[in-house]
Design a protein around this ligand. Structure first.
Ligand SMILES: [Fe+2]
Length: 162
């Protein structure tokens, strides 16, 4: 995963924290009403590389920004019991859904700015592939500590720390 070329807007965390100031965490409000001008200057990594940045974390949730180079992808994975929500801020991502702990494809769809998607571990695992340079925001409730990852070379599943 690339760690260079990352330009993080100084005031993004402050602005996100103000959105979280309310007593009730409103997922749709948070993910759909972010100050998008904050990400307009982010540089994309090279093809097949991605940058992952934890923006906020508490006992209850974790907000992560991922910047995807074209054709960067995740392995098939589950979220270790955390519910995950994903909002695409820029670009297009192919999301493939699988039955948990299988490589049996359940459904594929292209997600973009118009979608807010949810991954429930008990129902399906997923794999993400950036079809173009993309930016996505991920909210996990509870915070994600590891992902249950399929390793094709071993044809087995392992818990991988994130
Ligand atoms: Fe995921």
């Amino acid at each position: 995963m690339a760690t260079n070329h990352f330009i993080f807007p100084d005031d993004l965390i402050d602005r996100l924290q103000s959105l979280y100031a309310a007593d009730v965490v409103d997922i749709e409000n948070i993910l759909c009403n972010l100050p998008l001008e904050c990400i307009s200057n982010l540089e994309f990594p090279a093809e097949e590389q991605r940058i992952r940045q934890v923006l906020m974390e508490s006992k209850e949730f974790q907000l992560i920004l991922i910047i995807w180079g074209k054709n960067s992808s995740t392995p098939i994975h589950g979220h270790g019991g955390s519910d995950g929500f994903m909002k695409i801020l820029k670009g297009e991502i192919l999301e493939s859904l699988y039955f948990p702990f299988t490589t049996t494809l359940k459904k594929e769809s292209i997600v973009n700015k118009s979608n807010l998607t949810q991954v429930e571990d008990s129902k399906h695992f997923h794999k993400l592939l950036a079809l173009s340079p993309s930016i996505s925001l991920h909210l996990y409730c509870k915070p994600l500590k590891f992902i249950q990852t399929y390793l094709p070379e071993k044809n087995s599943w392992e818990n991988v720390e994130v």
